[in-house]
Design a protein around this ligand. Structure first.
Ligand SMILES: C[C@](O)(CO)[C@H](O)COP(=O)(O)OP(=O)(O)OC[C@H]1O[C@@H](n2ccc(N)nc2=O)[C@H](O)[C@@H]1O
Ligand SMILES: Nc1ncnc2c1ncn2[C@@H]1O[C@H](COP(=O)(O)OP(=O)(O)OP(=O)(O)O)[C@@H](O)[C@H]1O
Length: 284
């Protein structure tokens, strides 16, 4: 192993514990209020610093994503451009998170790339500057850079750290791809939930404003959610397709996982208010 090789940078999944859509802005984006929590189920990235500005990605992603669209390479390039850094990187992605499932895997990969390369290239951007850079790549990137469970407003970039309880989750992955852009463009999406204070949101029942619409458009999501609701309080995350049920004990979640019909995939993971990415960064 050479000194320039840096291994095992996690890119965790997130759950939207609640997701309210408050309004649509004139640029098409939506004002929302959401509560993000990480789960200890991650993609992993390895980095090798190159002395030239070349950026190279190797991955085991099941779906083909062109290099020009890949959020990892876009993140690395944006950091080079923002800082004038002349170094490059060879990056290995061990993709474990389902893609397009509302778990934010692509955004999380981008955030881990920004945080890791800022460290390895010694480009010295602050967390706030990395969040600003990340927001240009996707609305969910800043919360992953921030690294703490957060109440988010705006399009998802105005963050306030919070500490909800850290239960065990059973996350189910319906085998359908839900496009975030399509959900937000759908005329039937409710966009008028009143903005509430954090305190009243924390004390009200949690809901996802995209859930009814996505369940209607994708019967497999409805079926999966109905199945899980038999065992635990459950909701959809983000714009779907994944749904999650909440349990006090790991074993309870595993017992339900064991009953899962073969046609549905799922995993058990603990909620975490501190991102595993921050723990990895602290090791540097
Ligand atoms: C719904 C959430 O998953 C909640 O965590 C996110 O806000 C979505 O974040 P994301 O996947 O990073 O989304 P982006 O890649 O920025 O946007 C995808 C598409 O979703 C729509 N979009 C996204 C976020 C937002 N607040 N309003 C929107 O209308 C936009 O049409 C955009 O073209
Ligand atoms: N490194 C990456 N990993 C996953 N998807 C990527 C990556 N780079 C680009 N993408 C593209 O982003 C799309 C969304 O991927 P992602 O897994 O982040 O969706 P998601 O979990 O629904 O995200 P969100 O909850 O933020 O909407 C993919 O379908 C893919 O085309």
């Amino acid at each position: 192993m050479t000194a320039s090789l840096s291994l095992g940078w996690p890119a965790p999944a997130k759950l939207n514990l609640f997701l309210h859509i408050n309004a649509q802005r004139s640029d098409g984006y939506h004002e929302l209020q959401t509560l993000f929590q990480f789960v200890e189920h991650c993609d992993y990235l390895d980095f090798k610093v190159l002395e030239t500005s070349e950026l190279k990605l190797h991955s085991n992603m099941s779906a083909a994503v062109a290099d020009s669209d890949n959020l990892i390479l876009r993140a690395a390039k944006s950091l080079q451009q923002r800082t004038g850094c002349q170094l490059g990187a060879e990056i290995w992605l061990d993709k474990r998170l389902p893609m397009g499932g509302g778990l934010g895997g692509g955004s999380s990969d981008a955030a881990t790339t920004l945080v890791a390369l800022n460290q390895l290239w010694k480009t010295g951007l602050s967390a706030t500057e990395l969040c600003e850079l990340g927001l240009k790549l996707g609305a969910d990137v800043p919360v992953f850079v921030n690294g703490f469970s957060a109440f988010a407003e705006g399009v998802g970039e105005k963050l306030q750290n919070v500490e909800p309880s850290e239960p065990w989750y059973l996350v189910l992955v319906p085998q359908v791809h839900v496009s975030t852009a399509e959900v937000f463009q759908d005329p039937e999406l409710p966009r008028d939930t009143p903005k509430l204070s954090l305190e009243s949101l924390m004390n009200s029942p949690w809901k996802n404003d995209c859930q009814t619409l996505v369940a209607k458009r994708y019967p497999q999501v409805a079926k999966t959610l109905d199945w899980l609701l038999e065992y635990a309080p459950s909701r959809m995350t983000g714009t779907g397709a994944c749904v999650f049920g909440q349990f006090e004990q790991e074993q309870q979640a595993k017992d339900v996982l064991a009953k899962l019909p073969a046609s549905i995939k799922g995993f058990v993971a603990k909620g975490a208010n501190k991102s595993p990415l921050m723990l990895r960064l602290a090791q540097c």
